[in-house]
Design a protein around this ligand. Structure first.
Ligand SMILES: NC(=O)c1ccc[n+]([C@@H]2O[C@H](COP(=O)([O-])OP(=O)(O)OC[C@H]3O[C@@H](n4cnc5c(N)ncnc54)[C@H](O)[C@@H]3O)[C@@H](O)[C@H]2O)c1
Ligand SMILES: [Zn+2]
Ligand SMILES: [Zn+2]
Length: 377
């Protein structure tokens, strides 16, 4: 048993006191894990655009103050009563959708959602395990990875290949399953299909790796930032488009394909881009997969006649994977080199530089900036 087990831990975390303010590094108290819960010493966390969307107020009902972050990996420090799937010392990836294995959703194959996932950013018993200055902080998706230690339910951690590097493994917590699974599970792209990807960030690059592994025919990479194109090419993109240089993207794509793209993926959170992708998909069978987020409650236009004649529109959360089950296989693909995780990481920072990390994402300078909790500074 670790020396810290059974007692609250005082450590540092990046706290968001309200929307549209910077993170403040605070000393927080992380409680002992309760029944079926685990306490994790975080080793790495990625800065995903979803965190930025929530910091910028995409959800006006977000429970502030909060510790956000949902792409993380760490080492189990201690476990609560009744935990069976992990033990202290195990390297784990935190998963932002729980898998209880017992509810109808988990037992079925029609969704990757779990009915026990609390949708209020707390633990399953309706409380938080992290406090700051005596005040409870909400825990994003019940995992809150922007903290040196966190507590979550064992349904939110996946034990993975112990040869993996915990200081970079965070990316298997979000962008890898999200992008790769969008192709494998939501798109189900057959060999030879024409495809297009809007938004070549961490998520979009993982879409490209999924398309490459599905042996898609044409893979058209679309981004307003041409600095993303060289890596996209390494991941298998065959053609490149910059929307700033092309007036009518759907028309251009129809010319480049057989009248429209077979499979479109939108890994950027801009509604007009989602509408553009839908109209660029083949009019009689094209499928558009939405990955990017939008303000809660926002809608996108999809013409009724376009749907009647065969265009399809779907969305995917977490690449439609039951993440606790799928993440170990994805980590094996990272360890074997099939998924090139290291190439996605452009910046490594200590927790104290988290605001700089998000600035790099906003300006388009980084692909994935990650926090390495073992870095001092
Ligand atoms: N569905 C899910 O489960 C899930 C999971 C993770 C992330 N996401 C969402 O996926 C999106 C991408 O996340 P990310 O971390 O890769 O973001 P990112 O900021 O790293 O990448 C977005 C990319 O889109 C590009 N872009 C901006 N405007 C564009 C335009 N008009 N046309 C084409 N490209 C444009 C940017 O230059 C950037 O390269 C975000 O909206 C994020 O919230 C969804
Ligand atoms: Zn994410
Ligand atoms: Zn469940």
């Amino acid at each position: 048993m670790s020396k810290t087990a059974g007692k609250p831990i005082r450590c540092h975390a990046a706290v968001l006191w309200k929307a549209n303010t910077p993170y403040i590094i605070e000393e927080v108290e992380v409680d002992v894990p309760k029944k079926r819960e685990v306490r994790v010493r975080m080793t790495s966390t990625g800065l995903c655009h979803s965190d930025l969307h929530f910091q910028e107020g995409i959800d006006e009902k977000w429970p502030f103050p909060s510790i956000i972050g949902h792409e993380g990996a760490g080492i189990i420090e201690s476990v609560g009563e009744g935990v069976t799937s992990v033990k202290p010392g195990d390297i784990v990836v935190l998963v932002f959708e729980s898998y209880c294995g017992e509810c109808d959703y988990c037992k079925g194959t029609r969704t990757n959602l779990c009915q026990k996932t609390p949708r209020n950013h707390l633990q399953m018993d309706g409380t938080s395990r992290i406090t700051c200055k005596g005040q409870a902080l909400s825990q994003m998706q019940s995992i809150s990875t922007f903290s040196e230690y966190t507590v979550t339910h064992e349904a939110n951690v996946a034990k993975v290949n112990q040869k993996a590097n915990p200081n970079t493994l965070c990316l298997v917590g979000c962008c890898i399953p999200t992008g790769y699974g969008a192709v494998m599970n939501a798109g189900k792209v057959p060999k030879g299909a024409t495809t297009a990807v809007w938004g070549l960030g961490g998520v979009g690059m993982c879409v490209l790796m999924g398309l490459r592994d599905s042996q898609a025919g044409k893979i058209i990479a679309i981004d307003t930032n041409p600095k993303k194109f060289p890596l996209a090419k390494e991941f298998g993109a065959t053609d490149f488009l910059n929307p700033k240089e092309v007036d009518d993207i759907p028309k251009k794509l129809a010319e480049m394909t057989n009248g429209g793209v077979d499979y479109c993926f939108v890994s950027v959170g801009i509604v007009p881009v989602m509408e553009q992708a839908f109209m660029a998909s083949h009019p009689n069978w094209g499928k558009t997969v939405i990955i990017g987020l939008a303000n809660i409650g926002e809608t996108m236009r999809a013409g009724v006649w376009e749907l009647l004649f065969g265009r399809q529109l779907i969305g995917t959360s977490y690449g439609s994977y039951k993440a606790k089950l799928a993440v170990p296989d994805l980590v094996d693909k990272v360890v074997s080199g099939q998924i090139q995780l290291e190439k996605l990481i452009t910046h490594r920072l200590p927790l104290s530089k988290i605001n700089e990390g998000f600035n790099l994402l906003k300006t388009g300078e980084s692909l994935r900036a990650i926090i390495d909790f073992d870095m001092k500074g």
